[in-house]
Design a protein around this ligand. Structure first.
Ligand SMILES: Cc1cc2nc3c(=O)[nH]c(=O)nc-3n(C[C@H](O)[C@H](O)[C@H](O)COP(=O)(O)O)c2cc1C
Ligand code: SF4
Length: 468
């Protein structure tokens, strides 16, 4: 297992590197090199010196929160699984489909044994004897790397029957998905793993009680599970001292978009966002300034590129207080050369495409939003349409089976909130360009086909219905 070190390349001297320490060591993906660096020692300690309850207590003491999106405390979730001899499962979510997110890919490719070790430790803590790594279909190389590592780990006795001579046995499979974003949602993932179409399930019951094949199941993200060996090595209480009180540890942040050095950077939670965007990723290209940024993947509400926002500590609570979220830890930077309408349209189209279609607000809301943004794009919309769109987004949130609906509504709603003037200017410019005349802000606009009823002020929803 790799250990903690300060001062890695690309980081400030004050940055602690946990998951990325030694990440570029040649051959780290092989068992020999991983073991030379102390790999599997923490699994051995857990199985030969600690009870499952003691391991669970360390995970809880660490305060580590899920790195897949929701940020729920890992140890707490693990503690929800019932005790007893029933079949229990551990599932690693390696679907990584959130636009802008590519950290699990690098972690799995470069240090697959850290994931296998973290998974085995976590499985022991909750009494799961069967485990799966559900990896997105597009990650063929990473799946191959994981499969090779698994063969090595099995041959060495780290996965299989009576590991390290203990009573604990673990079967582990790598399962390849087929490229659906919704299969990253934990219950859709479980359906997909069971061989069904990946549709989200109604919650409760939560997977911890009724998950894979109806059994208690712990589902965690790749990065979350990879922290487990490090937590045991440091001790949960020591791990909890890294970061902030409620966002402990480090985070591997994927930075993309309009920056000079896109890539994955590991930072201590609570690091100023500006240090990640401008210090590590090099900031906006020459002559450009940051207009907006998604702090946590494309599902997160965007924040403006103001000093106040860029100075926000990069942690779960600070970003939530500022009206956004840390999500999957993926920063997407938008500079002043990119029209916000383009960003909104691309985002909405992605979610429309990926909606499973089960819930009306999500199926219809994503579709309406795309259609209305297309009207904004061509200048056929009026400022009132922006209000309708904001209201559609509001009504989508919290009203569906899963949060894919919110994942579109939040960024679009935030773009309208922060960049309304730019949307309005875009409409005006497009109207002029397309010869559509002057916008009527207090009526429903039907562009070139406007009839007298529009000028009399037909109710807004009629225009919205037509847009659909
Ligand atoms: C539409 C949707 C897509 C998601 N995609 C992923 C994903 O690709 N990877 C992931 O780890 N979590 C994803 N999640 C979050 C999972 O449902 C779940 O919260 C997570 O796997 C739990 O692990 P964690 O507690 O370690 O974060 C997604 C959620 C939603 C609603
Ligand atoms: S919110 Fe959307 S993706 Fe989620 S279950 Fe409903 S329709 Fe499907």
């Amino acid at each position: 297992m790799t250990s903690v070190a300060a001062g890695q390349a690309g980081a400030q001297p004050d940055q602690i590197q946990i998951l990325f320490h030694e990440i570029d060591r040649p051959g780290l993906a092989s068992l020999d090199v991983y073991r030379d660096l102390g790999g599997y020692a923490m699994l051995k300690r857990a199985l030969t010196e600690m009870t499952p309850e003691a391991v669970l207590a360390e995970l809880q003491a660490s305060g580590v929160r899920g790195r897949g999106g929701a940020g729920f405390a890992m140890g707490k979730k693990a503690s929800f699984l019932p005790k007893g001899d029933m079949d229990k499962y551990l599932v690693c979510n390696a679907d990584e489909s959130e636009p802008g997110t590519f950290k699990d890919r690098e972690l799995m490719q470069k240090t697959p044994h850290t994931l296998i070790e973290g998974l085995a430790i976590s499985a022991y803590a909750v009494g799961a004897n069967r485990a799966y790594i559900y990896i997105r279909g597009e990650y063929a190389l990473q799946a191959d790397v994981l499969e090779d590592a698994l063969i090595e780990a099995k041959a060495a006795g780290y996965v299989g029957e009576r590991i390290f001579g203990s009573d604990f046995s673990l079967e582990l499979w790598v399962h390849r998905g087929a490229g659906a974003y919704i299969c990253g949602e934990e219950t859709a993932l479980l359906d997909s793993l069971e061989g069904k179409r990946g549709n989200p399930r109604l919650k409760p019951p939560f997977p911890a009680i009724n998950g894979l094949y109806g059994g208690p199941t712990l589902i965690n993200n790749v990065e979350t599970l990879m922290n487990a060996p490090h937590i045991l090595k440091m001790g949960g209480a020591e791990f909890a001292k890294i970061g902030t009180e409620t966002s402990t540890g480090t985070k591997v942040v994927s930075v993309s978009g309009c920056v000079r050095r896109p890539g994955n950077y590991e930072v201590v939670l609570g690091t100023p966002s500006r240090h990640i965007i401008e210090g590590l990723a090099g900031g906006a290209p020459e002559g450009r300034s940051i207009k907006a940024w998604f702090p946590g993947g494309s599902s997160a509400p965007v924040l403006p590129g103001t000093d106040e926002m860029l100075d926000l500590p990069y942690d779960f609570d600070s970003l939530a207080k500022a009206g956004s979220m840390l999500g999957s830890g993926a920063i997407i930077v938008i500079d002043d050369s990119i029209p916000i309408v383009d960003v909104a349209l691309k985002t909405a189209k992605f979610y429309r495409h990926e909606s499973c279609g089960k819930c009306t607000p999500c199926r219809e809301g994503t579709n309406w939003t795309v259609k209305m943004l297309e009207r904004v794009e061509t200048g056929e919309a009026t400022p009132m349409d922006l209000d309708i769109m904001a209201s559609v987004c509001e009504q989508m949130m919290g009203n569906c089976l899963c949060v894919l609906a919110d994942a579109m509504a939040m960024p679009i709603g935030s773009m309208i909130k922060h960049f309304r003037e730019e949307f309005e200017a875009h409409i005006e410019a497009a109207r002029e360009r397309n010869g559509l005349g002057i916008a009527m802000p207090d009526t429903v606009n039907r562009g070139a086909h406007a009839g007298p009823e529009d000028l009399l002020g037909e109710p807004a929803y009629a225009g919205a219905a037509e847009a659909h």
